[in-house]
Structures are given as structure tokens and as C-alpha cells.
Design a protein around this ligand. Structure first.
Ligand SMILES: *[C@@H]1O[C@H](CO)[C@@H](O)[C@H](O)[C@H]1NC(C)=O
Ligand SMILES: *[C@@H]1O[C@H](CO)[C@@H](O)[C@H](O)[C@H]1NC(C)=O
Ligand SMILES: *[C@@H]1O[C@H](CO)[C@@H](O)[C@H](O)[C@H]1NC(C)=O
Ligand SMILES: *[C@@H]1O[C@H](CO)[C@@H](O)[C@H](O)[C@H]1NC(C)=O
Ligand SMILES: *[C@@H]1O[C@H](CO)[C@@H](O)[C@H](O)[C@H]1NC(C)=O
Length: 474
């Protein structure tokens, strides 16, 4: 990989590269395209437009342009490999897990469903040369240069993450495709826990949620990795060190709210059920929070969330709200994860706020805790939802171009009906079925709307759809 000219127009670069590198193959490719009209007099013209298509394909970023680097440890991998295997696509996602030492025991033979592993560079040597105070931090930061060194031809983005994180790789591709990979970009998210940002930095991408560096930036950082570790040899945070060295190259974070560091503990369902209208990029701290689905372990929870995500990552966790006006019920759906019924009509501005089911990261900290508005957990039947969790997903056969997800009640709400609301309790509803378009939802300015198709004694059916131009969700 050569470093691309900073002023390069991606399309022109892609086209001239294609012509230079594989002029003959390129030409054959044009001729052999089955649908090309092979009339000789037409050939030059067809060639031109096909060249345009090929150049556009070369220009647009896909999975093959990303390399992932996961910094883990042999000790933790026994337990954590299930999280990474839930999203890793063998032979499709590129990259490595860096281990501190050779795998042993049940890790052998190495699972083909896992990213291939590499052993970290001799950290004793790095520490000796940089006088770094924390070998663990030095290993993580140095790991960036080890991943960059492995990056083959065509890598445009380097994605660094932790071994207890889940990545939505299609959404990450869609995100980085909007940026110019020949420039210096540092993309990631803040922590949701106010004090984490204060303790470390409001300017840093939290590495558990993922740090994305354009290749030229990752290369520049790697070329000076020992200088970086020397300058910040007293830092005990790898993420802050990375941010500092990126800053020394003149680059600031491009924050994105789909990355979730998840500096929170306990039951995170109240956080995940009210996701804003942005594609989900990652979920970290899978090992610190309770399993995200009730009555399952963490590994099974990760696999369950990835089932709908395999069919449609663009909608995963995204919230849609709609109403059954006759019953005076509000419905909220977190696609692929959960659904709730409230026995009262409540506006979107209220229902978009997470219910504080989760607890703060550090026991001793004082408020404010969260970077977002929260609703308190409530014992009021007009405020507390009936909770349903994702159970099954199916893509319907054509001509129905739809995906159907179901959400099942996990427990009784244990409260009477809401007296100021409608005239019916939702206690009997055991299942919610949600139909969504099979088409991916890309770059949306508004959240999706929904309609209640049917409410029977025991189940409700909802259809996700685009909002009408002047639709008010209240
Ligand atoms: C990704 O883009 C490269 C060109 O940069 C192309 O050769 C490759 O076929 C594309 N892969 C997929 C899966 O579209
Ligand atoms: C990945 O590719 C290699 C070589 O091309 C092949 O041997 C292996 O079976 C593939 N692995 C999976 C899980 O598809
Ligand atoms: C790492 O480097 C040190 C010297 O800097 C050497 O003593 C040690 O044996 C090396 N460790 C490995 C595993 O190569
Ligand atoms: C550290 O590096 C110095 C040379 O710079 C060398 O003399 C010494 O043996 C090294 N120590 C270790 C523990 O590798
Ligand atoms: C109560 O429910 C019935 C039918 O289930 C409906 O006809 C009536 O309008 C409802 N009343 C109120 C106040 O919502």
C-alpha cells in the first residue's frame, strides 16, 4: 500500500490504479461482462460506461478495505472468544487478534471461526526502550503498529477493538465509506459515563467501542510508535495515549454516537432499548454487564443479537414508536432486541430516553452519571412498560420483501392496569411481531415510523414503515 496523494480524488486514483496495475485484465473484464452489448461498433462506448462502473466499484469502500486489530490476552480469550466469533466472518473480515502468549488448552486447535492470532511484539524490549510505566498499555498502543505492519494491499481503514466487544461490521463499512480514506481520520465514540470522559479525555475515542483510523493516519502513527510511547511513557491509558499521539499529528476525533463503550453495569436492557436514530457500530463491556437477554448467558446473548443483525444491521436496536389509539397504548420497538407496551399514550420525546435499569460504572462517583437523559425505573403502571425480548427472525419469501422479528414476554409486569390510560391491561399480550422492509436503511434523517396492524388477545402485530412527511409521533 502506498500512501495516496492528499489531494487525490478517490475516483481518479482508483481508475488510474486499475488501468496501470491491470490494464489487460481490466479490458478483458469489459469484454466478458455477460450483459454487454457485444456489437463491435458499440464496444468503445460500452467500454467507457463499464469503465465508469468499474471505477466506481473500485472507489467505493467495502469490507476488504478494513483491517481489524483486536488486542486480547490468552487468559481472557477462553471466555471471550465467543463474543468475537459472533460477529467475525472468517475469510471476509481481515485482521488479527493479538495475544500476549501462545494459546493453550481448549484454544487448540485454533478455531477457524476466530480471527487468526498473532503474538504481540516483545514488550519487554518496547518497555525497555521507551521507559514506559505500564507494559499493558505499551502493548496495546504498540499493537496498532503491529496490525498496520500486517495490512496488505488495498487497506483503507484500521479498526482497533477489544476482545469483549461486538462490532456491526456492515455498519462500520457504511460509516467509513462516507469519509475520504486518503486523508487523516480518527473516528470513534465518547463514553456514556460522564466521569470516564473527564478522567481520560473528552477528545478520545474509547477503544473498547473501537478506534477507527484511516490508513494514512494509522501508518503515520505507527511510523512514530516508539516516539509516541516515549512521549507519553507515564500514561496508564492506551486510549488516551492513542488520542495524544493522533493529536500530535494534528488530528482530532470525529465522534459518532453509534459506538458504545458501555461504561455501565448490571441490566443494560434499558439502555439498549432506546437507541437513537443512528446505526449501531459496537457494544463493549459484554463481560461487565449482565447478559443482554434474560435467561441466557453472555455468549448466547451475543449470538442471539447477531441473528437479526445478519439480515439487517442498519436497523439493529433502532427505536420506532407507534400507538394503538383505541386502546390508548404506546409501543416502542428496538429492532432485533426488544419491544415494550405502555398503557398510555406518551410522546416520542419521552419514550426516546433510556430507562435507568443499569448502574454507574464506579460505585463512589457522584452525579451527573450519564451523557444522555434518563427516565427512572417506575412502579407506576402508567409509566412502567411491559417488556418483550427478541426471540426469532425470518426473511419472508418473495414477493413479500419483508423481515419478521418476534419479541416474547419474559415476565409478568406485576402491576395493575393504568387507570388514567385506556380501558385494557396489556397483561395478556405474550408476543409482538414486527414486520420491517428487507431493504437496508441507509443514512436517514428521521427514525422509522410504525403502524399497529393488529392487536389480538395475546399478540400484537406491527409494521415498520417510512414516516409520512408531516407525521408527528406524539
Ligand atoms: C471490494 O472492492 C475491491 C476494489 O477495491 C474489489 O476488487 C472487490 O471485488 C470488492 N469486494 C466486494 C466484496 O465487493
Ligand atoms: C478460509 O479460506 C481458507 C483458504 O482459502 C480455507 O481453507 C478455509 O476453509 C476457509 N475458512 C472458512 C471458515 O471458510
Ligand atoms: C524479549 O526481549 C528481551 C530482551 O530485550 C529478551 O531477554 C527476551 O528473551 C525476549 N523475549 C522473547 C519472548 O523473545
Ligand atoms: C535494556 O536495554 C539496554 C540497552 O539499551 C540493555 O543494556 C539492557 O540489557 C536492556 N534490558 C533488558 C531487561 O532487556
Ligand atoms: C374501551 O374499549 C372499547 C372496546 O374494547 C371501546 O369501544 C371503547 O371506546 C374504549 N373506551 C375508551 C375510553 O378507550
Amino acid at each position: 500500500m502506498t500512501s495516496s496523494p492528499a489531494s487525490g480524488n478517490a475516483l481518479v486514483v482508483g481508475l488510474s490504479k486499475a488501468l496501470l496495475v491491470s490494464g489487460v485484465v481490466f479490458f478483458l473484464g469489459i469484454v466478458l461482462i455477460p450483459n454487454a452489448r457485444n456489437c463491435p461498433s458499440d464496444l468503445a462506448h460500452v467500454g467507457e460506461s463499464e469503465a465508469g462502473v468499474a471505477a466506481a466499484e473500485a472507489a467505493s469502500t467495502n469490507m476488504s478495505h478494513l483491517i481489524f486489530g483486536i488486542v486480547g490476552s490468552e487468559g481472557a480469550w477462553h471466555n471471550r472468544k465467543a463474543y468475537v466469533e459472533s460477529w467475525w466472518r472468517p475469510n471476509v473480515t481481515r485482521g488479527h487478534i493479538l495475544l500476549d502468549k501462545e494459546p493453550t488448552g481448549d484454544l487448540l486447535p485454533w478455531s477457524p471461526q476466530s480471527p487468526p492470532y498473532k503474538i504481540s511484539y516483545n514488550i519487554t524490549e518496547v518497555v525497555n526502550k521507551t521507559k514506559h510505566v505500564d507494559a499493558r498499555v505499551a502493548r496495546m498502543v504498540h499493537g496498532i503498529s503491529e496490525i498496520v505492519r500486517e495490512a496488505g494491499e488495498g487497506v483503507r481503514w484500521v479498526v482497533m477493538g477489544d476482545d469483549d466487544s461486538i462490532f456491526m461490521v456492515d455498519n462500520i463499512v457504511d460509516l467509513v465509506a462516507q469519509y475520504d480514506h486518503t486523508k487523516f481520520f480518527y473516528i470513534g465514540g465518547h463514553s456514556e459515563f460522564v466521569l470516564s470522559n473527564f478522567w481520560f479525555s473528552f477528545n478520545q475515542a474509547f477503544g473498547g467501542a473501537g478506534i477507527i483510523l484511516s490508513y494514512p493516519l494509522a501508518k503515520a502513527l505507527s511510523d512514530d510508535i516508539m516516539g509516541c510511547l516515549k512521549r507519553y511513557s507515564r500514561f496508564t491509558s492506551a486510549d488516551k495515549t492513542t488520542m495524544s499521539c493522533v493529536s500530535d499529528l494534528g488530528v482530532n476525533i470525529s465522534p459518532h454516537s453509534g459506538f458504545h463503550q458501555m461504561d455501565m453495569r448490571g441490566d443494560v436492557s434499558g439502555f439498549l432499548s432506546y437507541h437513537p436514530n443512528v446505526p449501531l457500530m459496537s457494544l463493549h463491556h459484554f463481560d461487565m454487564a449482565d447478559p443482554i437477554f434474560p435467561f441466557t448467558d453472555r455468549a448466547e446473548s451475543a449470538r442471539r443479537l447477531m441473528k437479526p443483525a445478519e439480515l439487517d444491521q442498519t436497523r439493529i436496536l433502532q427505536q420506532a414508536i407507534c400507538y394503538e389509539r383505541r386502546l390508548r397504548w404506546s409501543f416502542s420497538v428496538s429492532w432485533g432486541y426488544s419491544a415494550q407496551i405502555y398503557e398510555r399514550i406518551m410522546p416520542r420525546s419521552h419514550l426516546q430516553n433510556p430507562i435507568e435499569t443499569f448502574v454507574k460504572w464506579r460505585e463512589s462517583s457522584a452525579p451527573p452519571f450519564w451523557m444522555f437523559d434518563v427516565r427512572r425505573r417506575s412502579g407506576d403502571p402508567c409509566e412502567a412498560p411491559h417488556f418483550f425480548f427478541f426471540k426469532t427472525v425470518k426473511k419472508l419469501a418473495p414477493p413479500r420483501d419483508e423481515i419478521v422479528t418476534t419479541y416474547h414476554r419474559s415476565w409478568k409486569r406485576g402491576m395493575g392496569p393504568c387507570s388514567v390510560g385506556g380501558n385494557r391491561s396489556a397483561d395478556q399480550i405474550s408476543k409482538i411481531q414486527v414486520f420491517s422492509p428487507a431493504e437496508r436503511r441507509l443514512r436517514n434523517d428521521r427514525s422509522e415510523c410504525c403502524s399497529i396492524e393488529q392487536v389480538s388477545k395475546t399478540r400484537a402485530t406491527i409494521k415498520l414503515r417510512s414516516c409520512k412527511i408531516d407525521e408527528v409521533i406524539a
